[in-house]
Write a protein that binds this ligand. Structure first.
Ligand code: SF4
Length: 431
């Protein structure tokens, strides 16, 4: 059953979406029609989902299964076939970046090497390769294999260097493990190393977050992604929080953490590159989600196509069967109506905290005046400033957007993912 807060956030986000997307945009995901196939695409990013983890963290909402060596061969076979399916459908597109997420992708480096080789054979790869990894899975061998696969940007899921915080999020290792992993990655000649750090954990003091940022920077991270505990109701944390009445930190506390993080980053020459992310120096930006269009390979992988969103089946067994047989592994699709593709572009530019004004008209078409109105209102309330042909979110603007995204995720992603988990091929999901 949904909580009153969840129901309220659903109502509010529905009203905003209806206002922005217009009455024609149906917020319903359904199986694509039999005769549907993706349109030809010239340029795209690519997301590869590797669903294996040694330790299933209770707060984690992503598609994952316990690591089992016998699953690697069928997983690889299915991923190779799905690369072919996409290449046949959209043509030999330029792939501008590859993001490998999970799960813990580094548990399947042989699979990844084969899939990357095949992507290079079927597409024109021109951009950087990024990968996520976990402190418990980083050693000299992993580092060598990442270099062998030409992976340039690494993100380490540190979350915290404090034992009490690791315990809250269900990580069963000593903080020194994360320190050693980050130190090793930072001295191993990757183009950039990002550390994920969580904040606003239950009972976490602001000093503990700042100490985590300090430690990550000392150990050599040149990018930092900070994010609060997402309480998707279907994760164990969601259940735990409801059952034991442990409350998420109050808004005031979350604001305090966010402001302290922003100030610390300012003082330590980390520039803001997204609502959650900061980087130091002239390294390419590490980001998992702000690409304008991407195709997704793997169970639960989403694709952002010119004509809408599609989502693969979340169920590993069903995905392996469909992809290996060169059938469509896509379970759900939401087509774009009107200027919806443009609004998604604006959503991700807001996430970047910079909206190039000269691109607004071309991207949002008839809805550009509506978007400008909203941006001017944000400027009046001190949430954005005009700078160098862009609207830039201020620190308060970034915080409120971060909060709105939190509710958006709860309302939209939670509804969609809950249903997609419940059955491999859902009939219809209204978000
Ligand atoms: S947080 Fe990372 S390591 Fe933990 S279950 Fe999720 S994907 Fe796996």
């Amino acid at each position: 059953m949904n909580s009153p807060g969840h129901n309220f956030s659903r109502l509010v986000t529905r009203a905003v979406r209806r206002y922005l997307g217009g009455p024609d945009q149906q917020w319903i995901f359904e199986p694509p029609p039999q005769d549907w196939s993706p349109p030809p695409i010239e340029r795209t990013a690519l997301y590869l989902h590797v669903p294996f983890c040694r330790n299933l963290c209770p707060y984690c909402p992503y598609t994952k299964v316990p690591y089992d060596e016998t699953l690697l061969e069928p997983y690889t076979r299915a991923a190779l076939a799905e690369v072919d399916w996409w290449a046949d459908a959209i043509g030999p597109a330029e792939v501008t970046s590859i993001y490998i997420g999970g799960g813990t992708p580094t548990l399947a480096m042989d699979s990844i090497a084969s899939v990357l080789k095949h992507i290079r054979e079927r597409f024109r790869l021109t951009g950087d390769l990024c990968i996520e990894t976990n402190p418990a899975d980083v050693d000299e061998v992993t580092v060598r294999r990442l270099h062998d696969a030409d992976i340039a940007l690494i993100s380490l899921g540190v979350q915290s260097f404090h034992a009490e915080n690791l315990k809250i999020i269900g990580r069963q290792y000593d903080p020194s493990l994360a320190e050693k992993a980050l130190e090793l990655l930072a001295k191993s000649d990757f183009t950039s190393v990002n550390a994920d750090i969580m904040f606003a954990l239950p009972e976490q003091a602001v000093g503990s977050v700042i100490a985590d940022l300090d430690r990550a920077a000392q150990l050599g991270a040149d990018q930092l992604t900070t994010y609060p505990l997402f309480t998707f109701p279907y994760t164990s944390v969601g259940k735990y929080l409801r059952l034991s009445a442990v409350k998420m930190p109050a808004l005031r506390l979350r604001r305090e953490h966010y402001r302290a993080i922003s100030n610390w980053c300012d003082e330590h020459a980390f520039e803001r590159i997204s609502v959650w992310g900061f980087k130091r120096g002239a390294v390419p930006r590490y980001s998992s989600v702000t690409r304008d269009g991407y195709i997704g390979i793997g169970p639960g992988a989403g694709s952002h196509l010119p004509d809408g969103f599609v989502l693969n089946t979340f169920d590993l067994e069903n995905w392996i069967r469909a992809a290996s047989e060169r059938r469509r592994a896509i379970a759900l699709r939401m087509p774009f109506k009107g200027e919806m593709a443009g609004w998604w572009w604006l959503y991700w530019r807001l996430y970047d905290t910079r909206i190039p004004l000269d691109a607004l008209d071309g991207t949002l078409g008839n809805d550009a005046p509506k978007a400008r109105q909203w941006l001017r209102a944000a400027e009046r309330f001190g949430l954005a400033v005009r700078n160098d042909g862009c609207f830039e979110l201020t620190e308060p603007g970034s915080f409120w957007l971060h909060l709105a995204q939190n509710y958006f995720a709860l309302s939209y992603v939670n509804t969609l993912w809950t249903e997609a988990r419940r059955q491999p091929w859902p009939k219809s999901v209204a978000v």
